[in-house]
Design a protein around this ligand. Structure first.
Ligand SMILES: Nc1nc2c(ncn2[C@@H]2O[C@H](COP(=O)(O)OP(=O)(O)O)[C@@H](O)[C@H]2O)c(=O)[nH]1
Ligand SMILES: [Mg+2]
Length: 452
């Protein structure tokens, strides 16, 4: 039984070999990906470690640049030895002077394939089946190694697919899967490893172990992401500021602190999913510092995500409804979104009697509106969903996933989160935070349950 499974990724230049590997190893920085031929010139390897010294090693290889000439050269070298098998012919080629010379790059690929347990042949199905591909495949298929063909660029409809399948079959490659490196199917990874397990029987144990690990890692990431989001929500819900009436600066400061807290959550999510911090986002998430095109305190952005504005949220007449009589708190969302001056809010509040007036004479308690917190939750959930499905070969800006009907759109906080209003020490945005407080931790776990 194998303890190290060596897989050589081969194929023509620019068909997406490096991109496929980036997706499989979840690393956007592996190798160089450019929209021009010949960016990978040497064999590069990457190891996926498993328990007990077992591992899978992928080899990223350069393309066979001149397969037509190589095919002719090999045939010419072995002209008088027509009884030889393909692999014998390749061995003769590797010992010939041109293997160090004109066909130096091609020789590297062939050597690597021969030294591996199997090859993964990547195809750009948008390409017509040209002679050069025929010769390339004929050479690679004669290496006496099991081969899995991966049809790449399948996100768009391809009419050349059946021609490719015919060619593959003629050179004896019958294991074929669809796997677009940039937009992989949901079960793509599983199917790729399952196909390899059928092809390389001695590697079945290693591949099964890796498949289990993939599933565990996926669940771990999703669970951890929910905890990151839940902690952010608890922080923002428990957050408050004391402000004097008419202190607009207090509201602005508070908004900025909430924005910073959102950015922190986004960075944590990107790190968890192993994406770059400099990643662009199409949805104007504040991924890039200082850019808040449609940020948390923007009514249009909020409506776009389907959040219901609770009564009293936008209408001036009902501002009073969002004043918390018990604590004398006003809600930040309402005040900020209608652009109302704090002073006029206080005027409204005065109608509520002497108790309020007494409180308003000094400082009042500002906290973040339920609706804004629900919006924050939805944004982070959409980001998580999008990262759950995003490939590491995807270089375009991040787009937020769309959610189906979601309970957070009601604009009402679930009970498990609402309790955080009563514990100011639960927020890392307040002074005297108790981050490791047991009750805080269990509240975070409960809120995380609401995010599935
Ligand atoms: N849309 C799309 N683009 C891809 C896919 N695979 C690769 N590319 C792009 O094709 C180009 C070449 O990819 P690369 O991985 O460098 O190919 P290699 O030369 O075979 O390693 C890059 O611009 C990639 O972003 C894919 O599955 N879908
Ligand atoms: Mg490459």
């Amino acid at each position: 039984m194998l303890t190290t499974l060596k897989l050589a990724v081969v194929g023509h230049t620019n068909v997406g070999k490096t991109s496929l590997l980036r997706t499989l190893i979840r690393n956007s920085d592996f190798g160089t990906v450019l929209d021009k031929p010949g960016t990978t010139r040497h064999v590069e390897s990457i190891t996926l470690p498993l328990a007990q010294q077992k591992s899978i090693i992928f080899y990223d290889t350069p393309g066979l640049e001149d397969s037509l000439a190589l095919y002719d050269y090999i045939n010419q070298l072995t002209l008088s030895k027509s009884k030889l098998d393909g692999i014998d012919k390749l061995t003769i080629f590797l010992q010939s002077p041109e293997a160090e010379n004109v066909f130096n790059q091609e020789a590297k690929v062939i050597k690597q394939l021969i030294n591996s347990d199997a090859g993964i042949y990547v195809i750009d199905v948008r390409e017509p089946v040209l002679d050069k591909y025929h010769d390339e495949l004929a050479i690679l298929a004669s290496s006496d190694k099991p081969m899995l063909a991966v049809l790449n660029f399948t996100a768009q409809e391809g009419e050349n697919e059946k021609n490719w399948k015919r060619l593959l079959s003629r050179v004896g490659i019958h294991a074929i899967i669809h796997f677009d490196a940039v937009f992989p199917p949901v079960d793509g990874e599983e199917r790729l490893y399952q196909s390899l397990a059928l092809l390389i029987e001695p590697a079945k144990a290693i591949l099964d172990e890796w498949l289990t690990k993939i599933t565990e890692l996926r669940e771990y990431r999703n669970h951890t992401a929910n905890l990151i989001i839940a902690e952010t929500l608890v922080d923002v819900t428990a957050y408050y500021e004391m402000a004097k009436p008419d202190d607009k600066q207090a509201i602005t400061d508070m908004q900025n602190n909430v924005r910073k807290r959102e950015q922190k959550a986004i960075n944590e999510l990107l790190r968890l999913y192993q994406f770059n911090f400099a990643q662009e986002s199409e949805e104007s998430l504040p991924l890039i510092e200082g850019r808040y095109k449609s940020d948390l305190f923007n009514v249009d952005a909020l409506k776009m995500m389907g959040v219901h504005l609770t009564k009293g949220f936008v209408s001036g007449a009902t501002i009073g409804a969002s004043i918390d009589l018990a604590t004398g708190g006003i809600s930040l969302g309402s005040a900020a979104l209608i652009g109302a001056a704090v002073g006029s809010l206080m005027q409204t509040a005065k109608h509520y009697g002497s108790r309020m007036r007494y409180r308003l004479s000094g400082y009042s308690k500002l906290s973040v509106d339920d609706v804004v917190i629900c919006f924050l939750s939805l944004r982070l959930m959409c980001l998580k969903e999008s990262l759950n499905h995003r490939s590491h070969a995807n270089t375009s800006p991040i787009r937020l996933s769309k959610l189906d009907k979601n309970k957070w759109q009601t604009g009402v906080l679930p009970k498990s989160l609402k309790v955080a209003r009563r514990y100011s020490q639960w927020s890392t945005l307040n002074k005297g935070t108790k981050r490791h407080d047991k009750k805080r931790q269990s509240a975070i776990r409960e809120v995380a349950e609401q995010l599935y």
